[in-house]
Design a binder for this molecule. Structure first.
Ligand code: AMP
Length: 290
């Protein structure tokens, strides 16, 4: 195992990645906000298996947090993250400070991915996806041509990033990776550390709601509203959870699916609920049986 290298400047990343591409190597990029868990590490392992050089990034991006959100208290542990990333085969950890990423303060140029950024998370967190798309566009520009690995766990974010890279002809192939879960089904998230004991148990209602909805579709339910209603009911039965939204959507446009659901169509279930302090997100694919 080679030792991971901590890099703080954009200029060093340019040089390192140009060097890799100059000998014909493929660069893999794994953007994160740190406080790594097995979900992040699965992206790093995927990058390691497909690329010659892997750079993970660690940047808690102020642009994607609203003033009322948890930017200041977002969990951080650089030393632990470096150790875990090294074990996952990461060559370089790019951990710039805010000044390095935004030397002139908030950027005047921002990226917004219309329509995709307006629904679901976009309603609850206005401006969030513009912050995400802007920092990811910067990271893609800093990294140069590469494969970039993102989790399906943040499904809307993955679609926003995919569309942004395609619309702007960025020379980055966006690779989506499956959600990593606890053995009992809870999707791993850095924010799970905020969950108290009872809340940790209550948080399972998200996965349960998705499973119930999948079962309904597989049993032949063709009414989109009825599928959504099953998710609302499951979360509604959990007193410690407060549903934000539950939806059945087209996997690319994220527009709500319409009744009757077409046989053979692949759709995506999205669900978000607040459980105690954190808002938890989950999603799953479902195919309408023929
Ligand atoms: P974050 O640090 O929360 O911004 O996440 C960084 C990347 O890790 C994003 O692409 C996330 O979608 C991905 N990720 C977060 N949680 C998981 C998970 N449980 N399984 C797979 N990928 C994840």
């Amino acid at each position: 195992m080679t030792q991971i290298r901590l890099v703080r400047t954009k200029a060093e990343i340019h040089e390192l990645h140009d060097g890799v591409r100059n000998w014909g190597g493929l660069v893999g990029l794994v953007p994160t906000m740190g406080y790594l868990h097995a979900g992040h590490l699965s992206l790093m392992t995927a990058a390691r298996s497909r690329c010659d050089h892997v750079t993970a990034t660690l940047f808690v991006n102020p642009l994607q947090f609203a003033p009322t959100e948890d930017l200041a208290s977002y969990p951080r542990d650089l030393d632990r993250d470096l150790g875990l990333a090294e074990q996952a085969g990461v060559d370089v950890m790019f951990a710039p400070d805010v000044e390095e990423m935004y030397p002139d303060g908030s950027p005047l140029t921002t990226v917004s991915v219309a329509q995709l950024d307006a629904r679901w998370e976009g309603v609850s967190r206005p401006g969030h996806f513009a912050g995400v798309a802007t920092v990811v566009a910067k990271l893609f520009s800093i990294a140069g041509p590469c494969l970039a690995f993102f989790g399906e766990k943040d499904y809307q974010q993955l679609q926003v990033v995919r569309r942004m890279a395609a619309d702007l002809d960025l020379r980055v192939e966006v690779v989506g990776c499956p959600t990593v879960r606890e053995p009992d089904g809870l999707a791993l998230s850095s924010r799970n550390v905020y969950l108290e004991r009872d809340e940790r148990r209550a948080a399972l209602c998200l996965r349960r709601a998705l499973d119930t909805a999948i079962a309904a579709v597989e049993r032949g339910e063709r009414r989109a509203e009825a599928v959504t209603a099953t998710m609302v009911a499951v979360v509604g039965a959990e007193p410690l959870a407060e549903l934000d939204y539950a939806a059945l959507v087209d996997p690319a446009t994220l527009e709500p699916a319409t009744t009757p659901l077409q046989p053979g169509r692949e759709l995506r279930l999205l669900i978000t609920a607040r459980v105690g302090r954190p808002r938890l997100l989950d999603n799953a694919a479902v195919t309408v049986p023929v």
